[in-house]
Design a protein. Structure first.
Length: 255
């Protein structure tokens, strides 16, 4: 059901890979609520996924960009504003990657160039995105920037490995940059700490299926789904949450 919560709003969504992606479902929901969206992902991820299908479905344009590359981000923001006809009302950062996790490298035996790459992709990219938006004055007043995180930033989940550190840094960036975005631009910045979700990236974590089941049993309301997260994100993009900022908001059924 649509409530036109985002009627006339426009924004960029990072990280849609396939139908399991929270970013994918958020783009669908944003479109259903009246928004116009530009989709972006790394060129290699776009070749692996089905983003063209999403673009057709949501009548969106696609702009390839590496979120770790400032020149790419500058081009992305400039082209997005040209396509959308002005400044942005919302941005979703839904990006995360750990080569140490992928390769089964234990937290006590990290390969540090892999660690640095994961930090750049998963967390430092969020600072780069916001710095680009800030310097280009690309956000409308009362706009909203959201990034996705996970409670391993606060609690120990050993198999989440260096992604826990990445998420902790991401949340800190949201608070620190969010202060300046709020003070100078009246723009909101928040993170959503989502339940374990069977996305393509999530399934790459060792023991994920067991932890998914455990979290579901431990949460009074059960795990929040990808659609639940997308719906929550839409509320943060909307005018209903104009004074919610610098928050890490848990969407995990009470885990």
């Amino acid at each position: 059901m649509s409530h036109n919560l985002l009627k006339g709003k426009k924004g960029i969504i990072f990280g849609a890979l396939d139908k399991n992606s929270i970013a994918w479902i958020t783009a669908e929901r944003a479109h259903a609520e009246g928004a116009t969206v530009v989709l972006t992902n790394a060129p290699i991820a776009m070749r692996m996924g089905q983003i063209n299908e999403l673009a057709e479905q949501t009548h969106s344009k696609i702009i390839p960009a590496y979120a770790t590359n400032v020149e790419d981000l500058e081009k992305l923001v400039e082209e997005a504003m040209e396509i959308l006809g002005g400044k942005l009302d919302f941005v979703l950062h839904s990006i995360g990657m750990s080569i140490n996790v992928r390769k089964g490298r234990h937290y006590t035996d990290q390969k540090y160039d892999w660690t640095q790459k994961g930090l750049d992709v998963s967390a430092l990219s969020f600072h780069k995105v916001m710095q680009t938006l800030y310097k280009k004055d690309a956000m409308n007043e009362w706009g909203s920037i959201v990034a996705l995180t996970y409670m391993a930033a606060q609690r120990v989940f050993p198999d989440y490995n260096d992604m826990a550190d990445n998420k902790a840094y991401l949340e800190s960036v949201a608070r620190s940059f969010g202060y300046f975005f709020g003070r100078d631009k009246n723009v909101r910045v928040n993170t959503i700490s989502q339940s374990p979700t069977p996305t393509t990236a999530g399934k790459g974590v060792k023991g994920f299926d067991g932890f998914l089941a455990y979290a579901d049993k431990m949460s009074p309301l059960g795990n929040a789904t990808a659609l639940d997260c997308a719906n929550y994100t839409i509320t943060l993009f909307s005018d209903l949450t104009k004074r919610v900022t610098l928050q890490n908001l848990f969407n995990d059924g009470g885990l």
